[in-house]
Design a binder for this molecule. Structure first.
Ligand code: GUN
Ligand code: FE
Length: 423
């Protein structure tokens, strides 16, 4: 791709955690899929390039949803009255087992991909199911529609019903076969090693996955310290581990093979937080899921103070919506409850901080993603906030904050990912 163009409008993005940069009625230049500057007037050297005129509209970076479950999208907003382990047994495992049927999987994944394409998300780190064929279909559809990210075939060889469990050898072999099929096949969708969580994977399987990840230098995603009963169970299942984080680390699945993201990280010991920092392991914070499943409130201020890499996530269908505007404001709201009810030394998140997490924070998992600084991949959203009527005169950050609190995902009227226009 060798194309230069500009978007014109009211531009807003994060460089640093605590402050928003904004440029009124300005030009954002894309060159070869990357940001090449912001100008109040179009410079002479760009005379004649295509300009998409979005005067009076907001332009911000696309968002990164760094943890969600594509097969759970079908039942989003349902069955929200259970805690994690009962929810997995009663709803999630039976529903995910349906993706053995490729015709069902295609129907369900087509809906998911079409909806996420039109959402605020430009990149995602996604769990599929244990089924190789359905996972390949999801990757193909995600890529075809211009979305970018990592998608994982899930591994599970214990503690789930027969219809949704693999044999250890089968799980490892299917993973290797899947990797042979999909590696390098898509422009912007890549595989990621995906042990569901410690209770779902025997030591034998974890060991094989660690070896595969190391041999092929692959990224890893999983769940960590989400629910108190889950944490107790992991301590029983892995008595030789120093703790939950170590139950991954001892198999090379904690930031040593490649980039690693762990969902939730609510009930963490200090030494585990330190290990995350040391290994560059990302926290995927899913405030809405944590509320729905009554898991708790992640100590985001602590992670930020200690320099742990963090991003936001929907965790659909623990979270009921893929709307990342909601993830931004939910993360602020739950942090206020944590400050008031749990620990008043942990200051609540501010809007600029939550916006940073949804864009540049989580975007770092994909490289130079989530900002409009020069050289960043060109992921942009155009937001029309005019239907959210007010008589007030607002500046650009205020308009952005308001549209996110109002949750108006439908206000996204155009979207680019890596320099390609999706709609
Ligand atoms: N832990 C293991 N599997 C899951 C899942 O599907 N969702 C959530 N929220 N936590 C999990
Ligand atoms: Fe999850």
């Amino acid at each position: 791709m060798n194309k230069t163009f500009a978007l014109k409008g009211d531009i807003c993005f994060s460089k640093a955690l605590t402050e928003l940069e904004f440029y009124e009625n300005s030009y954002l230049i894309c060159e070869n899929g990357r940001v090449a500057g912001i100008y109040r007037e179009l410079p002479e050297k760009y005379a004649g390039i295509e300009v998409f005129d979005y005067t009076d509209k907001l332009i911000c970076p696309g968002m990164s949803d760094i943890h969600l479950h594509a097969p759970q999208y079908a039942y989003r907003g349902l069955g929200m009255d259970l805690e994690l382990l009962d929810w997995l047994d009663t709803i999630t495992f039976p529903q995910e087992s349906r993706y053995a049927d490729i015709e069902y999987a295609k129907k369900a994944y087509d809906v998911f991909v079409d909806d996420i394409k039109h959402s605020a998300t430009s990149r995602a780190v996604v769990f599929a199911t244990i089924h190789r064929q359905a996972t390949e279909y999801l990757m193909e559809a995600f890529d075809r529609e211009g979305m970018a990210g990592y998608i994982g075939k899930v591994n599970m060889d214990r503690n789930s019903p027969d219809i949704y469990r693999e044999e250890t050898a089968e799980s490892a072999e299917e993973t290797a076969r899947w990797l042979d099929d999909v590696t390098g096949r898509y422009a912007s969708v890549h595989p990621i090693i995906t042990p569901r969580f410690v209770p779902s994977c025997t030591d034998g399987l974890m060991k094989r996955l660690g070896e595969i990840a190391a041999e092929r230098h692959l990224p890893v995603q999983s769940h960590l310290s989400e629910n108190l009963s889950e944490v107790d169970w992991v301590h029983e299942l892995a008595p030789d581990s120093k703790g939950y984080a170590d139950a991954y680390d001892r198999f090379g699945l904690f930031g040593t093979s490649g980039k690693t993201v762990m969902a939730h990280c609510i009930h963490m010991r200090d030494d585990e937080i330190e290990l995350m920092k040391e290994r560059g392991v990302f926290v995927a914070h899913s405030p809405q899921s944590n509320e729905n499943l009554r898991s708790g409130i992640a100590p985001m201020r602590k992670f930020l103070n200690r320099g742990v890499k963090c991003g936001l996530a929907s965790d659909v269908a623990g979270g009921s919506t893929i709307n990342m505007f909601k993830a931004v404001t939910d993360s602020i709201q739950v942090s206020k409850l944590r400050w008031r009810l749990v620990d008043d030394t942990e200051r609540a998140l501010t809007f600029p901080e939550a916006f940073f997490l949804a864009t540049k924070g989580g975007g770092e998992f994909f490289g130079k993603v989530g900002s409009f600084e020069d050289g960043y991949e060109f992921d942009a959203l155009i937001i029309d906030d005019s239907s959210a009527r007010t008589v007030l005169e607002l500046n650009i950050p205020q308009r952005l904050e308001r549209i996110m609190y109002l949750g108006h995902a439908g206000s996204i009227i155009a979207k680019w990912v890596a320099g390609h226009k999706l709609f």
